[in-house]
Design a protein around this ligand. Structure first.
Ligand code: CMP
Length: 143
């Protein structure tokens, strides 16, 4: 089963949107395989966003992501990577369709509530950064 990394960013947590976003993920039929609420370490934020290191917004992005608690998730399901990206909507809130998380709740690209891995390679890399060798749940047996 495919797994992807999802982050509810500090703005999403601070605005009380964790429940709303988790509910959308669960109602779609995806499973939450891991969940960690923490203030992200600066080293992890820099590693996570390494591809943007040369961009002018990078210092502000790292400062914001490490400024307050964020919720890291591993989300699991068939085509989880594509489906999570679709649930989130476009990176720029002005381009995000209504009905998506960003389309419904965000106004600013730098405060766009959620992140989700954009490829299988990114998912593996990001899960490793944020969950390391943690033991991750398996849903092979249902209750
Ligand atoms: P995310 O999906 O987490 O991936 C990279 C992040 O960089 C993106 O969401 C935005 O939050 C942020 N970002 C991208 N472009 C800009 C920008 N022009 N100004 C500020 N932040 C940006």
């Amino acid at each position: 089963m495919e797994q992807t990394y999802v982050m509810i960013k500090p703005d999403g947590v601070a605005r009380g949107l964790m429940g709303e976003i988790l509910s959308r993920i669960e109602k779609k039929g995806l499973k939450i395989a891991a969940m960690k609420l923490a203030v992200m370490e600066e080293s992890k934020a820099k590693e996570h966003y390494a591809e943007h290191a040369a961009r002018p917004f990078f210092p502000g992005l790292v400062e914001f992501i490490t400024s307050a608690p964020s919720l890291s998730l591993i989300v699991e399901g068939k085509d989880a990577i594509k489906i999570m990206r679709a649930l989130n909507g476009a990176t720029k809130p002005a381009e995000a369709a209504f009905g998506t998380i960003r389309g419904d709740f965000a106004m600013d690209t730098g405060r766009n509530i959620v992140h989700a891995s954009d490829s299988p390679e990114a998912a593996a890399r990001e899960i490793k950064i944020h969950f390391g060798n943690d033991k991750i749940l398996s849903y092979k047996r249902s209750v």
